[in-house]
Design a protein around this ligand. Structure first.
Ligand code: PLP
Length: 456
């Protein structure tokens, strides 16, 4: 029997669990977040062995270190090949500065990477247990479509997505409502927060105890582990691996799931010199890194990089824990992390909308590179870092582009006067037939719908 990795809660009040439990539970019983008890090493020889290999194989090598004893190697490799059947372009912008485009998946957002792997993991677990699982999620746009696509067609797993009918774009809606099958999408006559409240109530509702409900948001450890992989991939593609060259990654951040993937890769031994953590005007984390004091932003500030409009990142408790501190589920800093170490590893900067727009324009005018607002926050953050810290021109730098420019055509046309090409995954979506009921925010009606369709 292979020894299984254990996962602990950042609140440390419940026993450790194995990966299958952590995946199906989502959040720990003490409201903490799960983290692996250790970070299995990636040695320089391991990394040398990855050079030139395709993404699915590197994903397999990285992930098997966390999934041993839960998924057989041949199963995991098959899942990786199935999930990662699209490109990950690495573009040189200038000198040693690169963009990694994580936007070629079915919903043209980096969230496809984690959602697709987590969906396959959960479906396999349900087949093993001969059970049925219902994923409940409320969305303001992008998460819902990434989750719906990832689980579409997965055996023994159903998806219910609530979205505010008046607040998502036609394209965002159609990405969810044209799927059908095991994906049920419901429009809510209300706001995102109303949908979120209905989902929360359902999780706590004793009348629904015969339905196995779980969430798919980035508090689930299954949403983080797969995000460690692309840092490793980019490194072995671009760095001088034999020399152990160090790299700087710039990450446009909202809930800090993406950056947790990077932090996991670094703890495994990937030679990361510094992370640039770039936020939009929601600057609670840059302020925290600077001052050591943490204050949430309520309500969160509205910016053009709208997937990053987060006033209190749900993964911050994990980052604090990995640096020896403790933050509870409400965002209270119970014990400060090692701030010196944190600052050595992380440079954090806030980029407002004006600077985001300017970065879109500059990247295009100077280098012919097309960025959308989230990637532009990362790119602008990298520029600030290089200037502020007088980083050498010879240092390998990689900035993450997290969405496809075609998802933000108005913003891009206004800044650089071109319409970005639509990626194949989004072509023709406007014409597809869609189906979705619209409900009020009445919880009882929602409960009845769940009972009617999913009660066993
Ligand atoms: C979700 C999202 C982000 C932020 O990622 P986090 O993991 O929440 O920090 C950035 N860009 C895009 C396009 C996103 O959808």
């Amino acid at each position: 029997m292979t020894e299984q990795m254990r996962y602990y809660s950042t609140n440390h009040r419940v026993p450790d669990v194995t990966l299958d439990r952590a995946l199906l539970q989502g959040q720990a019983g003490d409201m903490g977040l799960f983290l692996p008890e250790r970070f299995p090493p990636l040695t320089r020889d391991d990394l040398l062995g990855f050079v030139g290999r395709p993404y699915p194989e590197i994903a397999f090598e990285v992930l098997r270190r966390f999934t041993q004893g839960v998924f057989a190697d041949d199963t995991l490799l098959e899942l990786c090949r199935d999930a990662y059947d699209y490109d990950i372009p690495l573009e040189c912008v200038t000198g040693r500065q690169h963009i990694m485009r994580l936007d070629q998946g079915p919903t043209a957002s980096f969230k496809d990477f984690a959602a697709r792997m987590m969906a396959r993991w959960m479906s396999r677990l349900m087949e093993k247990e001969q059970g049925e699982l219902v994923i409940l999620t409320a969305t303001s746009g992008d998460t819902g479509s990434a989750v719906a696509h990832a689980y579409h067609g997965a055996r023994r797993v159903h998806v219910v997505v609530l979205f505010p009918v008046d607040e998502v774009s036609d394209r965002q809606r159609k990405q969810m409502t044209t799927l059908g099958g095991n994906v049920r999408v419901i429009g809510i006559e209300g706001k995102f927060d109303d949908g979120q409240a209905m989902v929360k109530r359902a999780f706590a509702d004793p009348d629904l105890k015969n339905i196995r409900l779980t969430s798919a948001n980035s508090i689930n450890i299954g949403r983080l582990l797969p995000q460690a992989v692309y840092y490793v991939y980019a490194y072995v593609r671009l760095a001088d691996v034999a020399e152990g060259e160090e790299v700087v990654f710039s990450i446009p951040s909202g809930n800090f799931g993406d950056m947790m993937g990077g932090t996991i890769a670094r703890r495994m031994g990937l030679p990361i010199k510094r992370f640039v953590i770039a936020t939009n005007a929601n600057d609670e984390v840059p302020n925290f890194v600077r001052t050591g004091e943490y204050k949430t932003i309520v309500p969160s500030r509205v910016c053009i990089s709208n997937a990053m409009n987060v006033g209190h990142p749900s993964n911050l408790a994990r980052l604090i824990d990995m640096y020896g501190g403790h933050m509870d589920e409400k965002g209270n800093l119970i014990e400060k992390p090692d701030m010196d170490r944190l600052r050595r590893d992380i440079y954090s900067v806030s980029i407002d909308d004006d600077h985001t727009r300017q970065a879109i324009k500059d990247a295009y005018d100077k280098y012919g590179t097309v960025l959308e607002p989230h990637g532009a926050v990362g790119w602008a953050g990298l520029g600030r870092y290089i200037e502020d810290e007088r980083e050498s021109e010879d240092t390998l730098c990689i900035s993450l582009e997290t969405a496809h420019p075609a998802k933000f055509p108005e913003e891009i046309e206004a800044m650089i006067g071109i319409m970005p090409d639509t990626p194949p995954s989004l072509v023709g979506i406007e014409e597809r037939a869609e189906q979705y009921p619209v409900m009020s925010t009445d919880y009882d009606a929602f409960r009845d719908l769940l009972l009617t369709h999913y009660s066993t």
